[in-house]
Design a protein around this ligand. Structure first.
Ligand code: ADP
Length: 758
């Protein structure tokens, strides 16, 4: 910068930087306009004539000192001082020899203050001045609030003040003479070498760095250093200002950790988090939000929140938002829909709160977003199924009811069918305990079911009283209804009126009881019947003897005295004879029947052609007498059985066919036989008087006869004997017959009858 004499200084005046011209003695020759402003700013009175008049003694001192050096060395010099009245700033000055005017110096004043660390302020002044030269009192050094050290370039400590010694838990004299290297934390990297060189060469006024010392007690102390290099002709040393920053470090560490935690939460949480300006611009979004909404953070930053919101949900949170911005409410939350990048509509639970800035205003909002689409879908499904269920409940004939799970199992809901079932309108019973309706006799066990924490469905039948006082039977299926978490919500019952079926069951039970009774009687009858059979045997057996005597003597009486007796007496005699013969026949048959029942039967091979031949010859006379005909068709040649028994069956049946012939029709009897799986099946057909259907079974009972003895002779024992014999051959006997057409008697005989003893 040159000031030429040929140019009018007035023109240059406003353009000049803040500078002043002064002489060797510190007298001001000239102030530029800007300099005047700077100086006046410090000294509102008149501009001083000499540097001694400056309102700021430090500047006076420093300027005097440098003026001397510059005037001797003819070299420019830059220096800095702490701004007066401004704690946090320093001011840079430059002093130069005027290139043209002898014994004139240019002082460049600072355009503006530079930020400066307040903590270093005191020591800075102290360094600028130099320890010895500025003759800082020992007390100022020793008692300074900042740690101060003077050390050689070799790291040997010359002097430390009290603060520094305390910082390291030493006494000052314990440190003096030791090397700094002993106090350094081994893992710290030494300050940048280049920077240190610059300091030593005087290219920088100080260097600053952070490092750790090891205290006497072994603990670590973090410190910040400002190191200056002092050099003169005799000596060179380093002056350091040291500040204990352990607390700040700790706080910074904590802050960093908190920051990391917050960042980690922000990036790892499943909750979507967004930072939105009060204008609605998205400032940032975490990965969870990106996932929920499908847009990347970069894409989101181009969007406004409004665009993400489902059109139907837009706008109605405006008021809530405004309340948060105005700090009338701490936050608001709502359920709303967003449209994802892929177009899918999702439901979210959104919570919005404000971030209060240093001016106590809210310019940014934090939104937390949870995707609740799944829950929403589930809820909708539940609602639908609930609707469906109500529809069913309202239309079913069954009674659907819900009971509270509280102690009394009060009715929460009843389907309308309750009206037709119990006569009550549903509303009338709401909140009534269900047990109140139950018949008193059934109440206790129904109550037990309702009060138990049912694990599974339970079906039970019980009686309830209708409004009109009638008692009906219900079958209820009680089902515990639980939440997804397994918590019992309520008890549901489906009930059906089963009165009719219960009545039917009761009737059936009665029938069963009746049958049981009949069965019992039958058993009694069977046992008494066998008693009767035994009696019949004994009676018939023992009757034979006296009967024979009666017949014998009646015949003798008839043959010897018939002529002497009156005709009337002869008639009586004939009657006695007839009756005796009949009785004889009866006794014979009875005895036979008893034998068939009680005696053992031996089975043997029977040659049927022989048996038929015998029958023919035994019946020949009777057949001829009645113009009858006996036809035998394809009989098996050999069967297995009791010969006398089966002969008797054939004989009885053929005799009956002849006996019960129609008067005007010649009897025609057909015998046939055929093979079945396990039996031989025989049939004997006639063209006789036939038997009415009502008697087809009865004719096989003892003494059952359909006609009087006068019309047809007989004892009524023939067919019962046949049945007995067939029974003992494990076969069956039955009749098919049409009155006045004829009858067919069928019987079967087991192919291999097992031997039976009675
Ligand atoms: P009865 O000694 O009277 O023949 P049965 O036990 O042999 O006794 O027969 C019982 C009754 O069955 C007979 O009295 C008769 O009324 C009827 N009955 C048996 N066989 C025939 C038949 N072939 N045709 C019509 N009625 C018959």
């Amino acid at each position: 910068m040159q000031i030429s004499a040929s140019i009018q200084p007035e023109l240059l005046y406003p353009l000049l930087p803040p500078l002043s011209l002064l002489d060797k003695d510190g007298n001001f020759i000239f102030h530029s306009e800007k300099a005047a402003k700077v100086i006046r700013h410090w000294n509102p009175q008149d501009l001083p004539k000499n540097i001694k008049g400056l309102n700021y003694p430090e500047l006076t001192e420093q300027l005097g000192y440098h003026l001397e050096i510059v005037s001797v060395n003819k070299e420019s010099k830059a220096f800095k001082i702490v701004a007066p009245n401004e704690e946090d700033h320093i001011l840079s000055f430059q002093l130069e020899v005027h290139p043209n005017l002898s014994d004139t110096y240019i002082l460049y004043l600072p355009q503006r203050a530079e930020p400066y660390l307040s903590q270093a302020q005191n020591s800075n002044r102290f360094f600028e001045n130099g320890l010895d030269n500025l003759s800082i009192p020992e007390a100022t050094f020793y008692n300074n609030a900042l740690g101060l050290t003077i050390s050689g370039l070799d790291g040997i400590i010359h002097r430390v003040n009290k603060t520094f010694a305390q910082m390291l838990a030493y006494e000052p004299d314990e440190l003096e003479g030791r090397s700094f290297y002993e106090l350094n934390h081994p893992s710290d990297t030494p300050p940048n070498k280049e920077l240190v060189q610059k300091l030593l060469r005087g290219e920088v006024d100080w260097i600053t760095f952070e490092k750790r010392y090891i205290r006497k007690d072994g603990r670590i102390v973090w410190s910040k250093l400002w190191v200056r290099h002092y050099e003169d002709a005799n000596t060179s040393f380093l002056i350091s200002t040291i500040q204990d920053i352990s607390e700040e470090k700790k706080r910074a560490e904590q802050l960093k950790r908190q920051q990391q935690q917050i960042e980690s939460i922000f990036s790892n949480t499943l909750v979507g988090i967004t930072l939105v300006s009060t204008e609605g611009d998205i400032l940032s979004a975490n990965p969870a939000f990106e996932k929920i909404i499908g847009y990347t953070e970069t894409e989101l930053k181009q969007l406004a929140f409004r665009e993400l919101t489902h059109p139907e949900d837009r706008g109605y949170n405006h008021q809530l938002r405004q309340q948060v911005i105005n700090q009338e409410a701490p936050y608001y939350s709502m359920i709303k829909r967003y449209i994802r990048k892929d177009g899918q509509i999702i439901w979210v639970n959104l919570s919005v709160s404000g971030l209060i800035n240093e001016n106590n205003e809210i310019k940014e909002l934090v939104g937390t977003v949870v995707n609740i689409s799944e829950e929403k879908i589930q809820a909708q499904k539940l609602q639908q199924s609930e609707k469906r269920y109500r529809l069913i409940a309202n239309n079913t004939q069954d009674l659907i009811s819900l009971f509270s799970i509280a102690e009394e199992a009060k009715i929460n809901f009843l389907s309308p069918s309750v009206k037709s079932l119990l006569g009550y309108p549903a509303e009338e019973l709401t909140d009534t305990p269900w047990t109140d309706l139950v018949h008193p006799d059934d109440r206790s066990f129904v109550a037990e079911i309702l009060m138990t924490d049912l694990i599974e469905k339970t079906v039970t039948r019980y009686r309830v009283n209708t409004k009109s006082g009638q008692t009906i039977w219900l079958e209820s299926v009680f089902v515990p209804v639980r939440s997804a978490q397994g918590e019992l919500l309520y008890l549901q019952a489906n009930s059906r009126n089963i009165t009719d079926s219960v009545k039917a069951e009761i009737a059936l039970d009665m029938k069963v009881a009746e049958l049981d009774d009949a069965n019992r009687k039958l058993k009694q009858y069977i046992s008494s019947n066998s008693e009767l059979e035994k009696f019949a045997y004994i009676a018939s057996h023992d009757l034979r003897e006296p009967l024979r005597t009666i017949i014998g003597f009646t015949q003798i009486l008839a043959s010897r005295y018939r002529k002497e007796l009156k005709p009337e007496a002869n008639q009586f005699l004939d009657l006695i004879l007839d009756a005796s013969k009949h009785m004889h026949q009866l006794v014979q048959d009875l005895l036979h029947y008893s034998r068939v029942s009680n005696e053992s039967m031996d089975y043997q091979e029977i040659a049927l052609p022989n048996l038929i031949r015998r029958l023919r010859s035994d019946l020949e006379e009777t057949i001829i007498e009645n113009n009858g005909v006996l036809i035998v068709l394809n009989l098996p040649s050999i069967i297995f059985g009791h010969e006398t028994g089966l002969y008797r069956v054939f004989l009885n049946l053929i005799s009956n066919s002849i006996k019960f012939r129609r008067k005007e029709v010649a009897p025609e009897i057909v015998i046939s036989g055929f093979e079945e799986e396990d039996h031989w099946h025989f049939s004997i057909s006639d063209n006789g008087i036939g038997i009415a259907a009502d008697y087809h079974e009865q004719i096989f009972l003892l003494f059952k006869r359909l006609h009087s003895k006068v019309d047809y002779e007989g004892s009524g024992l023939g067919l019962p004997i046949c049945r007995k014999i067939i029974d003992r051959h494990q076969g069956k006997i039955w009749v098919e017959s049409t009155p006045n057409v004829g009858s067919t008697f069928h019987f079967t005989v087991a192919k291999s009858p097992s031997v039976s003893f009675r």
